[in-house]
Design a binder for this molecule. Structure first.
Ligand SMILES: Cc1cc2nc3c(=O)[nH]c(=O)nc-3n(C[C@H](O)[C@H](O)[C@H](O)COP(=O)(O)OP(=O)(O)OC[C@H]3O[C@@H](n4cnc5c(N)ncnc54)[C@H](O)[C@@H]3O)c2cc1C
Length: 444
């Protein structure tokens, strides 16, 4: 990158917010070191940096908490990392309106603590809340167990401010739930993986914190029984806030059971008023007993939080020696079958596997273990897992894998006929292709 340009950017933000050389080690992306990492302190600074980068066609990687940087194809070019950590403030919280506007670099954990002081919460619970920023969560459309009842960022974001690739500042939506007419711009940026603009501010709908929030942990002899219990639960009158399924290996890795016994575990969330929650836990026990419940516990407080955290952060934190992680999205009715088939494939290749699923909505995460020295075997298993998801009418995404595996296995599913429209949107919003080049579907 041109030294004059680097100097200009350094001058814009001040030397204390500008890293080069060995200081860049935390920002190496798939083996590629950027030229610099810059941490602007305002929307104006971000705008000026993007205008300069666009003019010089320098690639820019927006960087929130850095927890999801493993997702995506290896970048075709890296240049400047643009860190959002200095934009970490709650701008406005109107408890009476159940809305809050926040800077994109604020972590989810810090945000929840602030709005929680006034009895409210953002009903999104992806893993690593202390590090993950709201901008990164929107850019990756990340969600957690409570997606089951409360949906994803798409249901909660009502306004967004984005700095486009050329430095212009674009606002979409607003602070009221029914917004101005026009295309729904905020939704375009959700799940765009930083390829269309840098999200700098967001306005969310909030909810009152429930009086009571419990986790019903149910253990079964096998995945088959878990599948039956799931069917009973989803066709009952109960309204769970979350339904997570863990296979034997995952439950052990999460610290929920002592050893691997081939059993299956369901974690079912219930929240609301004491009487409602108490009744639902009882009813869940009654339903599950009819289909082979082996053991159950009702978790509250720290034990409940730890169980949810273990389920949503399991993929790399708990399972040692992960060789790759894949997300398989299928219909809820197929979840246990898909997990059993995928586990069988791993076994045939002499690899281990652990699975956690948002079972009520059909999203399973598989972590492959062992096989670190054989990228080919890992890539082959991932290829077969993708076929299993496809055969069940679903889709697959490699969420984490070493570079050698990514070079041998597709990260994204083929984008299909909508790709032409995606390419045109990208060409309009980032005509010089500077934002996260090569990382998104179809190499956008
Ligand atoms: C092991 C592991 C397991 C996880 N499991 C789950 C899970 O089960 N379910 C789930 O939903 N999530 C999961 N996550 C993801 C987690 O919730 C992420 O922390 C979150 O989605 C990303 O936030 P971040 O600030 O770290 O983003 P980063 O990693 O910094 O960025 C992610 C992407 O968004 C872009 N980006 C970041 N900030 C902005 C911005 N302001 N504007 C535009 N683009 C931006 C980046 O360029 C990058 O492409 C997991 C993460 C890890 C490490």
């Amino acid at each position: 990158m041109n030294p004059e340009l680097l100097e200009k950017i350094r001058g814009l933000v001040g030397p204390e917010h500008f890293l080069t050389g060995v200081e860049l080690s935390p920002y190496v992306l798939e083996g590629r070191t950027p030229d610099a990492a810059v941490f602007p302190g305002s929307i104006e600074e971000i705008s000026a940096i993007l205008a300069l980068a666009s003019e010089a066609e320098v690639p820019v990687t927006p960087w929130g908490g850095g927890t999801k940087m493993a997702i995506g194809s290896p970048p075709t070019r890296v240049g400047l990392v643009l860190g959002l950590k200095r934009l970490g403030r709650l701008i406005e919280h109107e408890p009476g309106d159940l809305t809050a506007t926040v800077q994109a670099g604020m972590s989810l954990g810090a945000f929840q603590a602030e709005v929680g002081r006034r009895g409210q919460w953002l009903s999104l619970d992806p893993g690593f809340a202390e590090q993950a920023t709201l901008g990164g969560i929107l850019a990756t459309n990340a969600s957690g167990p409570r997606r089951h009842l409360y949906g994803t960022a798409r249901d909660l974001l009502i306004g967004v401010t984005v700095v486009a690739a050329d430095g212009s500042v674009v606002r979409g939506g607003g602070k009221v739930v029914k917004n101005v007419a026009g295309y729904d711009l905020p939704k375009l940026y959700i799940g765009s993986f930083g390829t269309l603009g840098v999200i700098v501010e967001a306005t969310f709908k909030l909810r009152p914190l429930p009086d009571v929030d419990r986790c019903f942990l149910a253990r079964f002899g096998g995945l088959k029984e878990c599948g039956l219990a799931l069917k009973e639960l989803l066709t009952s009158d109960l309204i769970p806030s979350a339904v997570e399924l863990l296979d034997s290996e995952a439950a052990r890795g999460a610290g929920l059971v002592a050893g691997t016994d081939g059993g299956g575990t369901l974690l079912v969330g219930f929240d609301g008023l004491e009487a409602q929650v108490g009744w639902q836990c009882e009813e869940a026990r009654r339903l599950f007993e009819a289909v082979g419940l082996v053991e159950h516990r009702v978790l509250d407080g720290a034990a409940r939080d730890q169980a949810w955290r273990a389920a949503s952060e399991l993929p790399r934190r708990v399972v040692a020696e992960a060789a790759a992680q894949m997300k398989l999205a299928v219909l809820p009715a197929h979840v246990t079958d898909v997990i059993e088939q995928a586990g069988g494939v791993a076994q045939r290749h002499s690899l281990g596997a652990a699975f956690v699923a948002h079972a009520g909505i059909g999203i399973a995460r598989g972590v492959l273990t062992g096989g670190r020295d054989s990228a080919r075997a890992v890539a082959d298993v991932l290829g077969e897992w993708r076929e299993i998801a496809k055969a069940a009418g679903g889709s697959a995404l490699v969420e984490w894998a070493p570079l050698a595996v990514k070079e041998a296995a597709a990260v994204w599913d083929p984008p299909g006929p909508a790709f032409r429209i995606m390419q045109r949107i990208k060409a309009q919003l980032d005509p010089r292709g500077i934002l996260n080049p090569g990382r998104f579907v179809g190499g956008i």
